[in-house]
Design a binder for this molecule. Structure first.
Ligand SMILES: *Cc1c(COP(=O)(O)O)cnc(C)c1O
Length: 488
């Protein structure tokens, strides 16, 4: 029984945790062994001798030990499916390192986890001997949706429904989703922003749980509240560290800082897990856009959602309720699920909670936080292109801006900036940042951006314009449950 809920003593094995998504009490599964020093004697140094696929096998069979045939699941998920064999290249840009996580089938970092999650789920069903079909409900701020659809389409025994905020994603992101092929997929727009959409889907989970149980459906999630999303994301922190050792930037054991463009706090939490597993991570810098709730939280200890929500050019980070922060709180509070449930109850009832000074001090040992305005992000895209001929997307630019500010204060450790999307997913914002014309549809803009920079367009994006849109439904948040029931 490896995984425990953050909100009660409910625990289950890794197979079941992957199948369930959130715990039945609404909490998130977390590994209690992470509370102890020297995580089950994990030999992290041996990872540095491996290629990324080899590392994935070792790390995933450690974090998800109940899967019988992890090696072959990893092989099938990754081999030949990314632009490069080593999945996530590390590139030197100026005085920092950029970890490119967007070289997968949909050009977003979510591909790293969503290439393997469907395989984990079908393997878990097979191993448990269940006859149920799986129903995946997913709220997306833009990138999870497409990466999940790509991973789950036409997988036997699985249906997937993706909900995205109407007018809350880029046109490229939208057409990536609405052109998705597959007989087991549905895509639906929801009136409201991502938080409305995510809250609506969480409610729908509770609302249709009984209905699903009675009708032979196992309900699950492809969001980063699923342990099967987080575990694969720890791998690229090890891969980046290995590459820094390989090219002589550090010796084994030296600390490295990581700056992470953050939304739902999944990506950066995976970095913290890597640290708990032994990787010498210095500071994890939580980078936010104008929705700076996490910056304020790490600065003041108050998590206050009662604030204006901004739509920015980095939409996958336009989030006020960062789900995975709950897992960090649980770890920081030594697994005290009573305290965590109390805080989460406060959050849902009043929109705010406050942590005590001792807990905040503990968090600040591992985390720093900063945020970046629209203007600063755009200026970074332009400056890095002009000086270094490196093209960043607006999410990466947020992290880059925060990373540079951190380096100005302290450059004693190497800095790795996580790059989470291809610039071609956001051609309008990137062209605007470069001071170029932004007239025309997004596909024209992709071409213009390519003509100006010479940076290749990923084929999965350039091919979109010839695909037919299949989905155009728009619903209200309160209608998610009934929409799901009808479509089953
Ligand atoms: C999802 C996403 C993020 C935020 O990641 P979290 O794990 O939600 O913090 C950042 N950038 C891009 C491009 C994303 O798609």
């Amino acid at each position: 029984m490896k995984y425990q809920s953050t909100r009660s003593s409910f625990s289950t094995d890794s197979l079941n945790a992957v199948l369930m998504g959130p715990a039945p009490d609404g909490g998130l599964f977390t590994d209690p062994q992470m509370l102890k020093p020297g995580y089950i004697g994990f030999d992290w140094k041996s990872c540095l001798e491996m290629d990324t696929i080899g590392m994935s096998k070792k790390i995933l069979s450690t974090l998800l030990p109940d899967f019988r045939d992890m090696d072959s699941l990893v092989e099938k998920a990754y081999r030949g499916r990314f632009e490069m064999d080593d999945l996530t290249p590390l590139v030197k840009v100026d005085n920092a390192w950029v970890l490119e996580l967007f070289r997968g089938p949909t050009s977003a970092f979510k591909d790293v986890a969503l290439s393997i999650l469907p395989r984990l789920m079908t393997a878990a069903v097979k191993q448990s001997g269940e006859k149920k079909q799986i129903l995946i409900l997913t709220a997306t701020s833009g990138d999870t949706g497409k990466a999940a659809l790509e991973g789950f389409h036409d997988v036997d025994g699985i249906r997937i429904i993706v909900f995205y905020p109407h007018n809350g994603v880029s046109l490229v992101q939208k057409s990536q989703m609405t052109t998705q092929e597959g007989s087991n997929v549905l895509v639906c727009a929801v009136r409201g922003n991502f938080d409305d959409c995510q809250t609506g889907v969480k409610k729908a989970f509770a609302g249709i749980r009984d209905y699903c149980a009675q009708n032979g459906w196992q309900l699950s999630s492809a969001n980063s509240i699923n342990i099967g999303r987080l575990a694969p994301q720890t791998v690229y922190y090890f891969a980046a560290y290995r590459d820094l050792v390989k090219n002589g930037a550090i010796k084994v054991g030296d600390p490295v800082d990581f700056c992470v463009p953050t939304g739902n706090f999944g990506d950066i939490l995976a970095g913290y897990w890597a640290k708990l597993m032994g990787l010498p991570v210095g500071k994890l810098i939580c980078a936010s856009n104008s929705n700076r709730i996490l910056t304020d939280f790490f600065t003041t200890g108050v998590y206050d959602t009662r604030r204006e929500f901004y739509k920015t050019s980095s939409p996958s980070m336009d989030i006020l309720v960062s789900s995975n922060l709950e897992r960090l709180l649980w770890l920081a509070m030594d697994g005290n699920s009573e305290k965590v449930s109390h805080l989460m109850k406060q959050l849902s009832e009043t929109g705010i909670y406050k942590l005590d000074g001792a807990t905040m001090d503990k968090l600040r040992r591992d985390f720093a936080a900063d945020c970046c305005t629209e203007e600063e992000g755009a200026a970074s895209i332009k400056a890095v292109w002009e000086k270094n001929r490196y093209l960043m997307d607006p999410h990466t630019a947020v992290a880059w801006t925060c990373a540079r500010r951190a380096l100005e204060k302290d450059s004693s450790r190497p800095m790795v900036v996580l790059s989470t999307a291809s610039p071609y997913k956001f051609p309008h914002s990137v062209l605007a940042a470069l001071g170029k014309e932004t007239g025309g549809d997004e596909f024209t803009l992709m071409e213009n951006l390519h003509n100006i920079t010479g940076v290749p367009v990923p084929p999965n994006l350039s091919g979109l314009k010839d695909k037919k849109s299949r989905f155009s439904t728009v619903i209200d948040v309160d209608d998610i449950s009934s929409y799901v029931k009808e479509s089953l």
